[in-house]
Design a protein around this ligand. Structure first.
Ligand code: G3P
Ligand code: CA
Length: 270
């Protein structure tokens, strides 16, 4: 592996250190910070009473001991659920949780973790993905920008890169973010290459491409096209050593992975 090329690659913990700890919990994000991840990835959804929480699926059924759509539950309802025991090492979800810090994670709490980590000398970034934003007609982005503003993170600092970026599969969601905060970096996520993006160009104003690993394996030349069009390339979800190696060879800018510790080790950074 060409170490000279890989040293600038950002290692992003997908849903936290989610191979080892229950995804989207404070436990998973604390572990990712301890493991040395450069950035944390999270998905955000709105609760029935307007709070942004870090949950991937539309429903809480897979990752908690509760049932129902996040959008139909209030934060108080979610706070009674355990988002950790499904990940117990013995596979027995009905036994007590192996993990601490596994109640529902608000985006606000995650921003506090990032702020605390950075106050103690780290330089951790946060990549926030808006989930199913069209359903909410702009409310997800509106709440997100308000919250980022409270943390002073709704625009990059004058003297450096933004600690936060917003990602989405929805160009409309990214457009709303840029309309409210034109300098906040946005990432256009892609599951496949649509005809309109075949030449490497992205929706207007988007600087960063977020292709899935399957695109990279099937169309490795696409990275160069994106780069020629002036974009950074952040690839998800890169868990296998061979895929990490391919990303390094192609010169991608960020690797989004469930296994930040192993990827950092493969890159010779741990
Ligand atoms: O980082 C992008 C990636 O998370 C998109 O897929 O389904 O894991 O949110 P998903
Ligand atoms: Ca995601």
């Amino acid at each position: 592996m060409t170490l000279a090329r890989q040293h600038q690659i950002q290692v992003v913990a997908h849903r936290g250190a989610s191979e080892d700890a229950p995804e989207h919990t404070l436990a998973a994000y604390k572990k990712a910070v301890e493991d040395g991840a450069d950035a944390l990835e999270c998905d955000v959804r709105l609760t029935a009473d307007g709070h942004l929480v870090c949950v991937h699926d539309r429903r809480v059924n897979r990752t908690s001991n509760g049932r129902g759509a996040v959008s139909a539950l209030e934060l108080n309802d979610l706070a009674t659920l355990d988002f950790g025991s499904w990940k117990n090492t013995d596979g027995e979800a009905d036994e007590g949780p192996d993990w601490a810090d596994t109640s529902v994670l608000t985006l606000e709490r995650l921003l506090e973790l990032v702020a605390d980590s950075n106050a103690s000398g780290r330089n951790v970034r946060l990549a926030i993905e808006t989930k199913h934003p069209t359903r909410w007609a702009g409310q997800v982005e509106e709440r997100l920008l308000l919250l980022l503003k409270r943390f002073g993170l709704d625009a990059p600092p004058a003297d450096g890169p933004s600690p936060v970026r917003v990602m989405s599969f929805s160009a409309r969601s990214l457009h709303r973010v840029r309309a409210a905060s034109p300098t906040l970096p946005t990432v256009y996520l892609m599951q496949f290459i649509s005809p309109r993006h075949r030449d490497g160009r992205l929706p207007r104003g988007v600087k960063i491409a977020g292709p899935g690993m399957r695109i990279i394996r099937n169309h490795p030349g696409y990275v160069a096209k994106l780069k020629r069009a002036g974009h950074q390339v952040h690839v998800w979800t890169v868990n296998e050593p061979g895929d990490v190696e391919l990303c390094v060879e192609l010169g991608v800018d960020a690797i989004i992975t469930n296994r930040p510790k192993q990827v950092l080790s493969q890159l010779g950074r741990r």
